[in-house]
Design a protein around this ligand. Structure first.
Ligand code: PBG
Length: 336
């Protein structure tokens, strides 16, 4: 071997695809668009309240009477829909406010229908925002310990979903990870003659540390214990997530969601591949949003670039829909 011989030159040069911005643009495959974004909103009772959520910069608890103005902005930006979370005036052991046709979320839904009827209104169906103990269902004692009564909660989830739809929800999204929740909600909706209302199940939802800011926002941190007896173990294998998705589809889910998104892109990707044709959402949760903002405040990352990069990855992994607290800014960025 002659050590001075010229090195062989590459014949394939992928940099040609990157040399010009115009070439980069035509070979790009993943594009964020406003209509694929869902914005979560926090609604409280009371009047003229806009209470900033400290751990979620740019987000506030909004009272029902201020909602219409916000919805108009969301609709004008071309965002795909809103996902509503309610903070009731009073919480109790059964989460009664969530079942009442005059509950905070039901009032909010009527505002959506009056002010922006064309905007997709999705509701989170769960009890943790409404119970005084902060758990996702009614409690019972098992072996000397308080536990969520799965089966008693099913009937209540069905009632909550029907009440949401009666008030104007277009799509219900059960998030409590109770066994049988999708089947129970489907049956309850059908019996109430709401066969046309789709269910987007939080099919694979993990017991994640990234929900911290959300629990501040809705004041739903569990008073005792945690959510590990129903939300999935982050260290469980992909197979368990696939079982959850298959089961929910079998029970009648029309769309499925993976949550959180950023640390679970492998799950998003596998579900997309294994269940082609099933609309798939990824929920980029509060902690993902707040992390970027906290780092951006210190000048450590650029919020716009980091947010778009993160959401692009979720899309590339196979999510068709992205639930994100950054929906408004992203909608502006992608249209400019
Ligand atoms: C449950 C629910 C939670 C989130 C959405 N729906 C909280 C939880 O499971 O404790 C978290 C969303 C987020 O962190 O952005 N109703």
């Amino acid at each position: 071997m002659n050590p001075d011989a010229p090195l062989p030159l590459p014949t394939t040069r992928l940099r040609r695809l990157r040399h010009l911005p115009s070439v980069r643009a035509i070979v790009r495959e993943v594009k964020l668009s406003a209509e694929k974004l869902i914005l979560p909103l926090f609604i409280c009772s009371g009047k003229d309240l806009c209470k900033p959520i400290e751990s979620m910069p740019g987000h506030s608890q909004l009272s029902v009477n201020l909602l219409a103005e916000e919805l108009k902005k969301v609709a004008d930006l071309g965002i795909g829909g809103v996902m509503l979370f309610g903070i009731p005036p009073a919480k109790d052991a059964r989460g009664s406010d969530s079942l009442s046709d005059d509950g905070v979320i039901q009032q909010a839904l009527r505002i959506v229908k009056e002010s922006t009827p064309e905007l997709l209104a999705i509701t989170d169906v769960c009890f943790c925002e409404y119970t005084d103990h902060g758990h996702c269902g009614v409690l019972t004692e098992k072996g000397g310990q308080l536990d969520i009564d799965n089966d008693a909660t099913l009937e209540l989830l069905g009632r909550q979903a029907v009440s949401h739809v009666r008030a104007g929800s277009d799509l219900v999204a059960p998030s409590g990870m109770m066994d049988g929740m999708v089947g129970a909600i489907r049956e309850s909706l059908d019996r109430a003659d709401y066969q046309h209302i789709p269910i987007m199940s939080y099919a694979a939802k993990y017991a994640s540390s990234f929900y911290g800011p959300f629990r501040d926002a809705v004041e739903s941190a569990p008073e005792h214990g945690d959510r590990r007896t129903h939300q999935m173990d982050p260290a469980s294998g992909v197979g368990q997530a696939l079982r959850e998705v298959a089961l929910d589809l079998d029970e009648g889910a029309d769309m499925v969601m993976i949550k959180p998104a950023l640390a679970y892109l492998d799950i998003v990707s596998q579900v997309a591949q294994q269940f082609p044709g099933v609309p798939l959402a990824a929920y980029s949760v509060s902690g993902e949003y707040s992390m970027i903002h906290a780092a951006a405040e210190r000048g450590w990352v650029d919020a716009k670039a980091a947010t778009c990069e993160m959401l692009t990855a979720m899309h590339r992994a196979g999510a068709h829909l992205l639930v994100t607290y950054a929906a408004k800014e992203v909608a502006e960025w992608v249209s400019s």
